[in-house]
Design a binder for this molecule. Sequence first.
Ligand SMILES: C[S@@+](CC[C@H](N)C(=O)[O-])C[C@H]1O[C@@H](n2cnc3c(N)ncnc32)[C@H](O)[C@@H]1O
Length: 152
Amino acid sequence: MVDNFENEYFGIGIQNGKTPENLGVLWRTAQNLGASYIFTIGNRYAKQACDTHNAVKSMPYFHYDTFQDFYDNIPKGARLVGVELDDTAVDLETFHHPRRCVYLLGAEDHGLSKQAIEKSHFLVKFKSQLSLNVSVAGSIVMYDRGINKPRS
Ligand SMILES: C[S@@+](CC[C@H](N)C(=O)[O-])C[C@H]1O[C@@H](n2cnc3c(N)ncnc32)[C@H](O)[C@@H]1O
């Protein structure tokens, strides 16, 4: 895993992502906005994600069959940040991004699983009338991390 001199890193991925196009957009943004690694959970488009996107050749790409498998292998000391338009989520506008964390986005149709929401150390949302495309949502979170540098 890539680390930097400020002792911070983040990974980002999708739970049960549905379309390879969305994964491709997210990977490209992740590569350009400083992610250290990317991942998928569940099998819907894992193979295509691995085969068709250059980003997976440029940074570590992990695949987990189940949420539990993913959760058991979160880097030690990293926090899990679920990204979901949920009543219990805190606003991204006031959120302090952890120095070391893993951002988890939900599927295009079903969103994050209940288990993922419950296990997230933090749950964040940003204002939108309806939920946005998953790759757009991930891009907003990564951009926000870039302009609101982690403090803790
Ligand atoms: C299209 S949305 C899922 C919608 C799903 N049908 C639902 O109602 O839960 C796909 C993913 O994008 C992210 N997302 C979209 N809009 C968001 C928002 N305003 N705040 C936080 N996450 C958002 C979440 O990770 C969500 O699981």
